[in-house]
Design a protein. Structure first.
Length: 452
């Protein structure tokens, strides 16, 4: 059988596209391998979100191209966002590429991988409109007990620093029934944690024009048996409604967790970012979430070094982070994106200063996280077992309801009442705490049913 290897770069939304391509290839009779040296065909699913992501994509393409010389590779296929955005540039600059697959071509991947003599593949040049469904073939690349579920594609927002709508297209939401059916299939396959993703999960349904919204979707998913945690990522703060908060707080399967990228706390900078809001409105929203969803874990991200960011504005952001006491924070330095409104502004914050500000803000958050983690010592928390960490076969690690996969910390288990399989839920006594990771002892295995 012809073997295909795939490298998926970028965000979980991109990973779902990779999983659909893998499912399509398997359905068409291709064998799959994790070892690129054994692959007859290598597919690289690219990311073009910011300049470092583009560099990683190019470096990965060139690295995989080497297997044409040292391995079995006869065809190198490049797919995804970078193709959608830079098709002609890739074709001209990298003759090593044999086929290019845009975002409308996800389920045409088998045709792009064809090795028959004379086979050619021409990608779609149309604006991205593809939207996968529950009927799309999909092979999970995540652990068997946890999966991402993409509820919409594209974005209708006009953030001045972001180019995503220019290549991912306008928002197109999946019908509730399609999402619920996919969730049922995932649960039947053993998935106990579903992570809802989109460019903006809280804007879900607004393009359908029939009253469909994120709150209604959560309530529909709450009826899916077998799932313990339904986690919401990428929630746009200005789209969070009282109805959504009510659903998050009342649905038994909804994880008490929310990822809401705020990007900054200064009103003038948020206006320049075309985001809106301020430290005052942000704090009001956080209070509403903490009141409506007791015990909720909150994650956010910020951009430092946006054009025009003054020292005073940065200090105001630091003060906001101290007061807000988030559970998890990510900080990015501003990266100019060609074609965006912000690219017309003078990039007047030196790179070295951007990095200093990033380190300072992360240092503030690390101290907050360390103090909040110490408060957990001695408590018993529900933990989802993920399995051994990559750096050790002697330990097990897992996550609490307040820790999303890959982006937040983890719980390291030093002892357990018996063998624990990935996907098991256990009660863990926290014995030791660090800024991002907790260390504890598993004391009881529990049923994966919904939270009381």
């Amino acid at each position: 059988m012809i073997k295909v290897g795939m490298v998926s770069l970028g965000c979980p939304k991109n990973l779902v596209d990779s999983e659909v391509m893998l499912g399509t290839l398997r359905r068409e009779g291709y064998d799959l391998t994790r070892d690129p040296s054994e692959a007859d065909i290598i597919v690289v699913n690219t990311c073009t979100f910011i300049e470092p992501a583009r560099r990683e994509s190019i470096e990965t393409i060139l690295e995989m191209a080497e297997f044409k010389k040292t391995g079995r590779c006869r065809r190198l296929v490049v797919a995804g966002c970078m193709v959608q955005r830079n098709l002609d540039e890739l074709r001209a600059a990298l003759p090593e590429i044999d086929a290019l697959v845009g975002l409308n071509d996800i389920e045409r991947i088998a045709a792009a991988c064809a090795l028959e003599a004379g086979a050619r593949f021409e990608p779609s040049r149309a604006r991205a409109t593809y939207l996968y469904s529950h009927a799309s073939p999909r092979l999970l690349a995540t652990p068997n007990h946890s999966a991402y579920l993409k509820i919409s594609e594209g974005c209708d927002h006009t953030c001045s620093f972001c180019a995503i709508p220019s290549f991912r297209g306008l928002q197109r939401s999946r019908p509730v029934g399609s999402i619920v059916e996919e969730a049922r299939r995932l649960a039947a396959a053993g998935v106990v944690e579903i992570n809802l993703i989109a460019q903006d999960t809280t804007d879900y349904g607004t393009d359908l024009g029939d009253g469909t919204d994120a709150a209604g979707l959560l309530r529909a998913l709450d009826a899916v048996e077998g799932v313990r945690w339904i986690r919401v990522l990428y929630a746009y703060p200005n789209r969070i409604t009282p109805g959504f908060i009510g659903a998050l707080g009342s649905c038994g399967r909804a994880a008490r967790y929310l990822d809401l990228p705020l990007q900054h706390a200064d009103h003038a900078l948020l206006k320049a970012m075309r985001r809106g809001g301020s430290a005052v409105t942000h704090m009001r929203l956080l209070e509403s979430l903490r009141t409506g969803v007791p015990g909720i874990a909150l994650r956010t991200t910020f951009i430092v070094g946006f054009p025009g960011e003054t020292g005073e504005q940065f200090r105001a952001l630091c003060s906001f982070v101290r007061d807000a006491e988030f559970d998890h924070v990510g900080v990015f330095t501003y990266s100019e994106e060609k074609g965006t409104p912000a690219a017309a502004l003078p990039d007047d914050v030196p790179e070295a200063l951007k990095e200093e500000r990033r380190a300072e803000l992360m240092g503030i958050q690390e101290r907050i996280a360390a103090r909040r983690a110490r408060d957990l010592v001695g408590r018993t928390l529900l933990v989802l077992v993920d399995g051994p960490p990559e750096d050790s076969d002697l330990l097990l690690c897992g996550r609490t309801e307040g820790q999303a996969p890959e982006i937040d910390g983890r719980v390291i288990l030093t002892d357990a009442p018996g063998p624990l399989d990935p996907g098991a839920f256990v009660r863990v006594r926290i014995d030791e705490a660090h800024a991002y990771d907790l260390i504890g002892t598993a004391v009881e295995v529990v049923s994966p049913g919904r939270r009381p």
